[in-house]
Design a protein around this ligand. Structure first.
Ligand code: 13P
Ligand code: ZN
Length: 216
């Protein structure tokens, strides 16, 4: 029996759920989670979210040494940046989800606040989402960009590519990235319409009641 067997199983079940609902396709996306001893379990490079094998997840020890499983995602620098700079991060998920990518292609996006304030749950689960510019997949500079964000954002959108979200555990990270994709979908469905957004006062109420980090 491998260590963290339940965690391995949960990563694969939730990844398959995302894949089955079309939230990332082919061999896109990657997922990682902290193990009980402070190491990391990571989806292998080239693997499909629909068919992750718990026994083949890449295993890293607490010093960052690859000690088991297949070779990890090429986005390790991106995942590592979240763990290094967000002390509460217990899991990180990255998807190629269509609506968020479509929204990132529109002109005049606010790099500091990618999602319009449409529903309370997006604010509660994500805080403000930073929009990062285009990088080549696997470029370590994405990790530097995450480290360099002025505040401790837990969700970023990679333009022309996909969202990346950290959470306290795998379930929280998956719930939050689904909220990001749903909000991007709502933003596109109502794009160009006379849309009502949450007011500053309503946003403040949500932020205060649910203790959201939401700097201006
Ligand atoms: O989404 C991906 C790259 O951004 C998939 O890459 P990996 O197969 O290396 O995880
Ligand atoms: Zn990707």
């Amino acid at each position: 029996m491998s260590t963290d067997a339940n965690l391995r199983e949960q990563m694969c079940v939730l990844a398959k759920s995302l894949f089955d609902r079309g939230l990332t396709g082919g061999s896109t996306g990657n997922i990682s989670a902290r193990t009980s001893n402070g190491g990391l379990l990571v989806s292998p490079t080239g693997s499909s979210f629909g068919r992750l094998d718990p026994a083949r997840l890449s295993l890293f020890d607490p010093t960052g040494q690859h000690i088991g499983g297949d070779m990890p995602t090429k986005e390790m620098p991106l995942h590592s940046a979240f763990y290094e700079t967000r002390s509460t991060a217990g899991a990180v998920v990255h998807l190629h989800s269509a609506h968020s990518v479509a929204l990132s292609l529109l002109e005049d996006q606010d790099p500091d606040d990618f999602l319009p304030p449409l529903t309370p749950y997006a604010i509660m689960k994500l805080g403000k989402v930073a929009l990062l510019p285009f990088f080549l997949p696997g470029d370590a500079a994405m990790g530097d960009a995450v480290r360099g964000l002025a505040s401790k954002r837990s969700a970023v959108m990679l333009a022309h590519h996909g969202p990346v979200v950290a959470g306290k555990d795998v379930e929280a990270a998956c719930n939050a990235i689904e909220e990001l994709e749903d909000t991007a979908r709502l933003a596109l469905l109502t794009y160009g319409m006379a849309r009502r957004q949450l007011s500053d006062a309503q946003i403040k109420d949500v932020v205060t009641k649910f203790d959201v980090e939401w700097e201006s």
